[in-house]
Each structure stands twice: as C-alpha cells, then as structure tokens.
Design a protein. Sequence first.
Length: 636
Amino acid sequence: MKNLFLTVLFCCTTSVLFCQRQSIDSLLREIKTKSNTTDSTAIQQLVALSFSYYQINADSAIYYAQQALTLAEDLGYTLGTAMAYNRLGVAYGAKGNYIKALENYYNALRIIEKIGNEKWLSSTYNNLGYIYIQVKDYPKALELTEKSYQLSKKNKNEKALAVNLTNIAWLNELVGKIDLALVQAYEAMRLAASVNDDYHVAISWHIAGRIYLKLKNTDSAYISFSKGLEHANKAGIKIQIAYNTLGIGDTYLLQYKAQEAIPYLESALATAKDANAFEVIAQATRSLVDAYVQTNNLQKANGKFTEYLEIKDSLQSIDKQKTFAQLQLEYDLDKKQKELQLQTAALKQQQIIAYGALALAAVASVMVYFLYRQKLQLKRVNQLIQNSHDEMRLQKSELIKQAEELKVNNQHRDKLFSIIAHDLRSPMATLRQTIENLDMLTPENIAFIKDKLNNQFKDIDVTLTNLLQWSHQQLSGDFTQKANIPLAALLDSNVQLLRMNANDKRITIQNNIAASFTAFADEQQISIAFRNILSNAIKFTNTNGRITLFGSITESNMVEISITDDGIGMSEEQLQKLFNPKTHFTRKGTQEEKGVGLGLLLCKEFIEKNDGTIHVTSSVGNGTTFYIRLPQGHTA
C-alpha cells in the first residue's frame, strides 16, 4: 500500500511538472521568434517567463527579470521597469534573500504609485505582505495585504482576490484567530477554484486542515489535507505536496494510527528535502519521532530524535538570519529616509541661496531658520543612532539567551544518553549472559532463576517506558490535551496493570477515592504519573504491606489525591534529591528492584504541565505519602 501511494504521488507530480515545462518552453519560443523586437511585448514575455521559473529555478527567474529590467530602462518603458522589479522581488523571496526582495519591491512600489497602475500596485502590496510574513512582522504583513485586497476587490480581480484572501487567512491562523481564518480559507479556495488556481486552492485547504487539527477534528482535517494534496499535485508545487502529505500523516498520528501515519510522514520528508523546505523537514522528522514512540520502536524513535535536534539547530540559525534580515531592512529604510531628508535639506539650502541674491535681509532670516532646523535634524539623527545602539544591545542579549537555551537542551540530551548507557547496558548484559548459559543450567536451576529473570524484564520494560516519555518531553511542540477524567477509574486501571507486581509481594492496594472525583487534565500524562508513583510504592513496600489511596477537595478548590504506603520510607537528604533535575537519584526496592531515576522527575513535569502540584512526606521506616493536586473537572 505504501509503495502504491508513493508511485501515484510521483506520477501526479511528474505529469504536472511536464505541463509546466511545456508552458515555459512555449514562452521561450515566443521570445526567440521575436528576438529582433524591442517593444513592450518582449518585456511582458520576459516578466511572464521569470514568474514561471520562480518556484522551479529562482536563479533563472532572476536572470529573465533582469533582462526585462534592462530592456525596459533602455526603452523608457516605466510600467515594464516596475513589473521587472516586482518579479525580481518574487525571485529573491523564493531564494530566501528577503533584503533584496524588499529592495526590489519598494523600487517597484515607488514607480507604480507615480503612474497609478492599480493591478500592479495590488500585486506589489500583496508580495510585500508575504515577505513581512516570512520575517514574522505580522501587523505590517496584514496592513499591506489588506491594501492589496481592497484594490483587487475594487477592480473585481478574482484571481488576485483569491491570493489576497489566502494570505489573510494564513495570517489570521498564525495570530490565533482560527474561526475567522477558517471562513476566509473556504472563501479563498472557492475564488481560487473559480479561476483554476490549483496552487492557492491547495494552500487554502492546507490552512483549513491545520485549523481542524488544532480543533482536534481529525475527520475534517483528513478531508482538507487530502483535497489540498490533490490540488498541490495538479499545480506541481513540491512544498505544498509536502505540507499536505505531512498534514495527512499528522492527522493519523492524532488518531493514534501510527502505522498509517508513517508512510505519509516519510513521503512528506522526502519531498521536503527535494524542495529544500527546512520547516517541513523539521515538522515531518518530529512527527516521525512521535509515530515511532507510538509503535514502541525505541531505536528508530531515538534515531529520528537525534536528526530532529540537528534540524532544529539549523532552523534556529535560519530564524536568526531572518531576524538579521529584518534588522538590516529597518536599518536600510532608516538610511534611505535620512538620505531623503539630507536631499530635501540640500534643496532648501539652494533655494535660500537663490533668494539671498535677491534680498539680503531675507537671506539673514532664512539662514537663522535653516541653522535652527539643522540643529533639530542633528538631534534627531543622534537619537536614531542611540535607538540603533539600543536595538543592537537587545539583539545581543537575545542571542545570548538563545545560546543558553541551546546549552540547556544539549545538557538534557547528554543526561538522557548517559542514563541510557548506565542503566540499560548493565541489565541487558546480565540478561544476555544468562541466556547464553541456559544450555549449561539444569531444569532446577532454570526454575530458580525464572522469577529473577521475570523481574529483570519488568524493570527493563518500566525503564524503556520512562525513557521514551522523557525523550518525548524534550521535543519542542509537545502539547497537553486536557479533558475531564475520572480519577478513581484511572487509578483502578493502573492498579490492575501493576497487580502482578503487588501480588508477587502480597501487597494490598485499597482505593478509597469516590467515583465522582474528576480532574481537568491530560489523561495520558496523569495516568503515567499515577503509574510511576504506584510502581514506586510497590517497589519500596515490604511483603504483606499496604498501599492506600484517598481523595479530597482542598480550600483552593483543587482535587487532591494521596498515595500512602507503609514501606521503608526516605530520609530528609533523599527527599531533597527526589525532584531535583540536576541530580540522578535512584535506589533498589525491597526485593532488589531497579529503576533509572527518571520516573518521579517525569511525574513532576506532567503534573505541572496540567497546572497541578506534587509533594511528598516520608521518614525512614514509616512509609511515604505522595500528594498530587489537580484542577477539578469542569461541570456541564
């Protein structure tokens, strides 16, 4: 099935790319047949050819736009010059050179505003808005895109309206206005479909799919991404093929259908690599980690996790480049503004000198006025320089902060790998040695070590579960799905999972929590926390011991669950180490059970993610009580 899916996807993409190639070849033939013509038609054909190339080969797009610019300037064709600058902006934007893109767009804008061509004015506003989205200046992006939308609406240009509305829907989704964004996405796809614009139909479906994923509406999300993929294949745009394929994979992942998700995620990753789409590469790799965690494939999960960390470092570098591009842009705009001010001042000075030749008295008064203005301008320039220095200091502080965060992330990774090396290698080596010597053991010896082998396998299973959850917590983008959860039933299910361990030590577990007790939290995370605490209670309780569960409502209207055992307890020094991430604290249970020291740290992280708290009371020989507080469940 996976191979069939990939074959169909490849064939669709190849077919569309072939059609695109035919369109480009047709334009080239038209230009060659008019090689001796130096008129506006040739310029328009070069501009069209540049636009046809920008998503396939940005360097070729730059070449043809530059040819159009040279020819337009030679002919004095003002609109052609503006069109060429616009397409140079498109091509440089496709290459990720946002400073050059903005420079060319503003060159186009200055010309178009003078000649008043509303079609190209709308196009330039829209394209400027796209660049500001890339550098994450969303207010400026929305301002420019709205201007473009109003012009397109005025001129009843449905093709341009589809593009504008797609970008506006994208912006509103980015800033969290998902209800408005969803309405706009459907309107955009309707308009785009009416003008056979499969590219923007695909983008609009993808926006709708992302919104449905945020709303946990997986059926609508799957339909949206599938529609988006269909139109992306028709348009032949690799990055949209990758985005919508990734969306289908993420939808299956949210449904806990990891096996169905993996082929789509792998296909999205391959297409994104082919298109050099780093953000899609990072998202697809992160989703593959989640998929392999769901399928309990620890080896592949860890491998993809390492790849994701490397890609994440590259993305952080790209984000820094975008931030630098934005700062450079602001600096260039300020510089041009100052140059304009200086040119204006020089013009005024010439006027003053001319008037001075006519009237000496007027010269004196104008000179005083000029010197006063010059002083004000100098003061303003000094203030701009000071502001620039302040911005540079803030940028330096932000870079230092990012470096510290990266250092902490690396420390987390190093700690995880050192724990794996220390706490998995030893028991696995022991098990391997035991298995290799089975032929040398008598049936009586095998029966004797059977229980010990079983306990070792249980320890390793708990260790692997905790390590998987720990590594999953270190990935960015981890989210908590909160809902009302019945606490008594949740604890009962975990008690049943651990019943064999408790029975081995003849430990009684009594659940006194009322069935009506609920909490508003992520069920999977809280279940893992309860299971780890119960597992520890069994581990450190002696044979024939007792574990008791109670529930109550606190004065702050939180639900409190207590898990009490009559086991060996802990000293004050051990309690201090219990939740400290800088220490690695573990010890053996009453029957030499082992752990890796990650369980309680994971419990604390999960409980705090759900706006809860955890604390412990214990003393040596008198057992231990864990208190977990969580927000009460919501009433209907």
